[in-house]
Ligand binder design. Sequence first.
Ligand code: S3P
Length: 451
Amino acid sequence: MSNAADLQLLVSPDREGNALLGRLRVPGDKSISHRSIMLGAIAEGETHISGFLEGADALATLSAFRRMGVEIEGPDRGEVRVRGVGLRGLKAPDGPLDVGNSGTSMRLLAGLLAGQAFTCTLIGDDSLTRRPMRRVTEPLRLMGARIATAEQGTAPLTIDPVPSLHGIDYAMPVASAQVKSSLLLAGLYAQGETCVSEPAPTRDHTERMLTGFGYSVRRNANRVCLTGGGRLIGARLQVPADISSAAFLLVGASIAAGSDLTLEGVGINPTRVGVINILRAMGADIELLDRRTAGGEPVADIRVRSAPLKGITIPVDQVPLAIDEFPALFVAAACASGETILTGAEELRVKESDRIQVMADGLAVLGIEVEPRPDGIRVSGAGVGAMLGARRRASEVDTHGDHRIAMSFAIAALRTLGPVAIRDCANVNTSFPGFAALARSAGLAIDEHRL
Ligand code: S3P
């Protein structure tokens, strides 16, 4: 993994105005890219992926499968060919699999590896090594898996082979697509039926993609089930542009006067559109154009124009549908008129960073009144048209190595009086390689500095 401390983003307000304009495509969806490699690897026959995200997280998943003996060609401009080895064809890697910053790789692989005939250890960077893993190791153990963790239940995870796994009927205590997916992947190797119930809808890319690979998945209300021992057949997959990456530009164009931006081919899966619903409730001008389906997922071109935003109380049912977009949404709240209140979002404290505290600290640097709470935040918006931060010297904010915090403050600088210096930004590359160049092409005055 790259050293996250060595890259700073400097965003300077532009005297000509800071509108975001034009038509562009953000990189491929991270969640779908991970799953495309995982399912392609354990399918029979070849899987051809286009639009694959060439960011560090999805590439960590890709190299993990190469190290388990899967032949993978690419990525080459988003094209990847995976020669599937079938459910039982993975081989023991020659050492621990390092998945860097990627929680999705670690949690989903834990489930998939629980059913293999070899021992495997998963390791990650400092941030990932602090994140909770019991949410997957505990239910996987109920299925018969043998998994050792560090004392706090965290990585490294060492997964030993067992004679067989058995299906369980598991009610998840947290609404987590990673936990659901981990158990479903283990369920492919388990005897009998594995069912997972979710307390609130979470992203359903695993279920959709399994179906696309010819595997039967049954959903009944909030419960999803599959039976182990079937086969996956290689498929052609088109990865939509990532709505989580689009989110920064949706917020940016909303808060920067005179903006008119169209984002092409963005995934608008109903389990991911919380950011659109919340921004619209705040008064954003967002249109979904040319709705279509790609690779079993709904997509659209999204046109966003600047609009006066107002603070809202965010409906709790939108929280899992926008779980990765809150750092950007807090910036929208900071530029809105009135108060925005978020509750029911304690999960934000265990993401790549504590996103409630780290955003609160950065927004405070920009002069915004914030009240972080155990399960959310209250943000007092500066008001429509009001500018944030100090005029002369650069405001310095720290990302704690969190990619989404870095990009959120970059777009906040569309509405600051002076420059914003954002520290510890190398991890932007985990989800949005080329962010600075793409944002610059739309009109953001952003520069990268290696320190
Ligand atoms: C993801 C699920 C979410 C999300 C993460 C990606 C996935 O995590 O925050 O960025 O690909 O399944 P949780 O399952 O922990 O909510």
